[in-house]
Design a protein around this ligand. Sequence first.
Ligand code: NAI
Length: 349
Amino acid sequence: MRVAKEDLTKLIQTKLHRAGLTEEHAGIVADVLVFADAKGIHSHGAMRVEYYAERIAKKGITHNPEFRLEKTGPCTAIFHGDNGSGHVAAKLAMDEAIKIAKENGVAVVGMKKVSHSGAISYFTEMAAQNDLVGFSVCQSDPMVVPFGGAEPYYGTNPLAFAAPGNDGKMISFDMATTVQAWGKILHARSKHESIPDTWAVDENGEATTDPHKVRALLPISGPKGYGLMMMVDVLSGILLGLPFGNKVSSMYNDLSEGRDLGQLHIVINPDAFSSVQMFKDNITQTMKDLNGIKPAKGFDKVLYPGQNYDAVAEEYEENGIEIVDDIYNYLVSDVIHNDAYDHQDAFVD
Ligand code: NAI
């Protein structure tokens, strides 16, 4: 099913508003989800709406949160999220980080007590659109085997980075520290597809290609990915005095409770180090350099991070965004949610 970007945004906004979010907050969440779908990152797009709608309806996401910004220094602040929508909190916190970095050269803004915020490059790209470098990390529920371990401890703990070039172009790097994001397993389930045997393990800790049998995910590159997910948890959890490691709340444990998650934005103004124009010229040059590197066998071209989404984004812009039929049917229906997620074992579907 193909849906025009504006229509998909409106459908998601309407559903989340009917679930209980204010129209404004529902619009922001819809924007973040469609940002992901429009690039082909379907794991963090419309397929999450029913889960959010259920959590909102059960008040596990505060409908009208009392957001509060606490300045803790010239360059630092804490954004208190009141367990409102993570997408909205992370966007507003990035607005503040951009202001601080414009004035003071750098900003570090931590978010306390937020809910899931989706594809976090949405927020780092906001910084790049303002001629700043953006970096963001956030916690996610424990479902990853640490290197050498047989039980989950960390989450898929993503990190994102964006740097502006000229003509509105940017490098945008955004990844889960697992071989694949959990949403990619969900997407494979929804499309009834198998997964590569390098993504996850089954109940015996053995590699599986069946997304329905997944019981834990694997970190990227063994101990190195494990170290990165540890770093993300320290910066977005321990640093902010929040639950950390396997104490981080589950996405599905109790949908009437707030998730108390943490996220951290770091924004750097290139003017504090060289000049914005020189920085943008050199980012543009590095993008060209990368595109000019001789491709290895099996590759047409070396792409810079984020460029891999361009072809899909252009095609979707022309022909509409591809949405799984079941998800579209849910979006256009009167159903708010089907009570499908509460107290679900994340791994069992
Ligand atoms: P991915 O593996 O699809 O891509 C990772 C990075 O590699 C991207 O920056 C992409 O542009 C780059 N890349 C991929 N192919 C490339 C190529 N051929 N050439 C150059 N660069 C290339 O992303 P992943 O790890 O599956 O994450 C998907 C999304 O899930 C992200 O937006 C992330 O923020 C989100 N996520 C959110 C979580 C949350 O709790 N909020 C938890 C985990 C992930």
